[in-house]
Design a protein around this ligand. Sequence first.
Ligand code: GLY
Length: 471
Amino acid sequence: MEEVGVLVVSYGSRGAAILDSLLRSGEYAVNAYVADRQRNPFNVKFSKEHIVIPSLDPNEICKFAARYKDKIDFAIAGPEKPIIAGLRDILEKELGIPTICPTKKYAIEKSKVAQRRLFEEVAPEVNPRFKVFDPKDYERLSDVKKQLFKWLDELDNKVAVKPDTPAAGKGVGVWGDHFNTREELYEHFMANFKEGPVIVEEKIEGEESSFQAFCDGKHLVPLPETRDYKRAFNGDRGPNTGGMGSYKSTGFYLPFMNEADWEKEKVIVEKIFNKLKGNGSNPELRGIPFYVAFIHTASGPMILENNSRPGDPEIMNILPVLKDDFVEVCFRMIEGSLTRVEVEKKATVVTYKVPPSYGGYEKFFPENVKRDEIGTPIILEKAESFASKYGDRLRIYPGSMELREDGRAYALRSRTVCTVGIGDDIQEAREISLEGLEAIEGGALWYRTDIASKEHISKSIRHMEELRKTR
Ligand code: GLY
């Protein structure tokens, strides 16, 4: 088998899933050089070289890559921070390593304001009504408050407040979820406004889905739609998280969508792609430049936001069931010849276990936390032993987990570990994922039990039926 060297820039379970997909290549023997946030046990075990760069600073990653420059054929990045900071620009300019992620210019995730303006130009029908409040435009805070409240009058308070840059200030806040009074909303708004521009947009009601597509700069290759579970607790309650789990059906769209929704999504993203690509090709868009959170409303899909990277957990619903060799897919993205990929007609369900501090769990449910287990090692052996029962239909990807000197792995602060179940239908995939997850021991970890449940999916279907009736 031909040997290939790949630099993997990793954060969380997504990085482990990318590494796993590369290593499963049937055509290439992959030597992985992993730049990681911490000593992820999976990445440490399966990489040829592993380095911890907690900041994931592109200059530091470039220094690491320079040591193995002649052995690395290409790089691939999962997390947004280094992508937005120009990882690809520096790796390609300094070392000539082709990199799979958009350039800094096309990491449109970096500005929600720029995204909304782009969509307004290309596909206004996907934008909710929005207004940008830019600190540069105001001399007095009293003027901002006046303008904001005037806008709230127009939208009957039903708004989402979003900072321009990812995770600035207090992040996204939604009327009825994060605040119920104008004063609370104003406090949330100001925490963001102190950091930079803020969008206040109409709150849209509907069911969410995640669209992802591989892109080689010439072609857009849509991947099956997935559903992320952003809220911390069962029943979509509690604070927003990075995503507690996700599911994919056996086909390209989700049970609460119809084919027309899926076709519309593809047309919308093509329009955005064509605008950024121009008439020819734009290799700067290579990677997953469009990971779009859609919300399905009475009048069709609208865009909540666009990210310029694979989703976590959403990409874990796709990579394990990609029929094509993932290394070959990467080469075709680099060459500009990726016109299609094949995905198995299987359902997948991802569920995450997380520590008590995550999502505010210990604050909301102190009685559920097994205090004596906090900080104990995370043990994956029992879950891994199910491999004999499920084979490849169960995958276990450590995320915010650190391998320490005692040879054991411990939970850090973010999502600890996920399992991917692969089945002939969503319920089978869910059972496999949950059985694996429940077998993971230690650390007082907890998880949502309703990811991809029949009840949750039926509720989404009913919700969409109700919404469509109001059209
Ligand atoms: N699933 C949310 C994210 O990747 O941003």
